[in-house]
Design a protein around this ligand. Structure first.
Ligand SMILES: Cc1ncc(COP(=O)(O)O)c(C=O)c1O
Length: 406
């Protein structure tokens, strides 16, 4: 019997939509020009990049000339944070971020800290959400940047970005003119309504491959008038904010994916939410000793993060993979030991729950049959792993003793 393959890792990357492939194909073949060339081929490529810029801008309520194309979310975060840090260091060297940012933002802040920048990392409490009072209390006269993600990539929690945006506006009115606000919307775009005006951010990061377009394209929304120092230099592309020949086909694909995501947003959200809710209800009914991570309401509709007590998430991931189900863990394998996910630790889970956490992320092409298949194999996989777990043996013996004594 053929193995059923169920992909539940859409937060890692998404398959490329066929309509997106069709839109980009001509730009790999007959329309191959360099968008900087003056001749017909170049102008054809330039027109396609400009169209994609309008499409991406429209998805987030920006003006086309506020969109800088680059290679993806990591580069967008680098340009935003390093670029503003370098442009503002004469005004102050303090940055506010959260404890649950993507590793790219974390890594950039750690690197700046080593160079003498002061970094405040806001806590997210047990529901995985930053509190606006904490942001307010952290702002100092030398704060030049706040960078807090719109939605988290491991637990999906949605942060109070519009509130931070209005706080930043008030701080500027009070005299902190150099304060800038960046948000990483890589996970949020295409999964919730994103509008740079209502969010009040100065910069917003996007990545094409989370939106059913290929890897290798992304964008930074850069509000008109916000100054930053380019990180890629040596060319005039992207109005000198990101040198390097544009990946025209990748950008065209990104534009098409952004347009389709805008058109289909409500339908996609309803679909993935229904699948995710069916899945979570099934898990709660079939598997004991599970903990759902992150606020249950203020989170992305496609994502479910669950800790399974008494087992290692990596073991469960491999077991599910053998049965055709693709998921992910937040733990990182470093120097032979499994480091528990910093995000799950930040919401106060103990080591055991942090190690036993799995992210299931649904996509537009998943079906009810996919969910039901996973609900069939997952309880068996958990039971098999628990049977081998000394922790589980101990817990069941203790429970048996308790019920005898009651
Ligand atoms: C929240 C978030 N930010 C940034 C990135 C990095 O994006 P890219 O893979 O395009 O570099 C990711 C990718 O997983 C992400 O989830």
């Amino acid at each position: 019997m053929a193995l059923r393959r169920v992909y539940l890792d859409h937060s890692a990357t998404t398959p490329v939509d066929r309509r997106v492939v069709e839109a980009m194909l001509p730009y790999l073949t007959e329309k191959f020009g360099n968008a900087s060339s003056v001749h017909f081929f170049g102008q054809e490529a330039r027109a396609a990049v400009d169209r994609a810029r309008r499409e991406v801008a429209s998805m987030v309520g920006a003006r086309p000339n506020e969109v800088v194309f680059l290679s993806g979310g990591t580069e967008a975060n680098n340009l935003a944070i390093r670029g503003v840090a370098e442009a503002s260091e004469n005004y102050g060297r303090h940055i506010i971020t959260s404890e649950i940012e993507h590793s790219s933002v974390r890594g950039i802040c750690d690197a700046l800290e080593k160079k003498g920048w002061k970094i405040t990392r806001l806590p997210v409490y047990d529901d995985g959400i930053v509190r606006i009072e904490d942001v307010r209390a952290s702002v100092r006269p030398d704060t030049v940047l706040i960078t807090v993600m719109l939605a988290n990539n491991e637990i999906g929690t949605i942060q109070p970005i519009a509130e931070i945006g209005s706080l930043v506006r008030k701080e500027r009115e009070k005299g902190n003119r150099h304060l800038r606000f960046h948000t990483d919307a890589v996970q949020a775009a295409g999964r919730m309504h994103v509008d740079v005006e209502s969010l009040g951010c100065d910069m917003l990061s996007l990545s094409a491959h989370k939106l059913y377009a290929p890897k290798g394209a992304g964008a930074l929304f850069l509000r008109r008038g916000v100054r930053l120092v380019a990180q890629n230099v040596g060319g005039h592309q992207e109005r000198e904010r990101r040198a390097g020949t544009e990946s025209v086909a990748g950008i065209v694909a990104f534009g098409a994916a952004a347009r389709i995501a805008g058109e289909e947003l409500d339908e996609r959200v309803a679909h993935v939410r229904a699948l995710r809710n069916r899945f979570e209800a099934g898990v709660a009914a079939r598997i004991e000793d599970v903990v759902f991570n992150g606020n249950r309401e203020r989170r992305l509709p496609h994502l479910s993060n669950i800790s399974f007590r008494y087992i290692e998430g990596e073991g469960l991931l491999i077991n599910l993979d053998l049965q055709g189900v693709a998921v992910s863990t937040g733990s990182a394998c470093s120097s032979g030991s499994l480091e528990p996910s910093p995000v799950i630790r930040a919401i106060g889970r103990d080591d055991e729950l942090a190690r036993g956490s799995i992210r299931f992320s649904f996509g537009k092409d998943n079906s009810v049959e996919d969910v039901d298949y996973v609900l069939e194999v997952l309880p068996r996989a958990v039971a098999n792993l628990r049977r081998l777990s000394p922790l589980y043996q101990k817990a069941t013996q203790a429970r048996a003793c308790e019920s005898e004594t009651v």
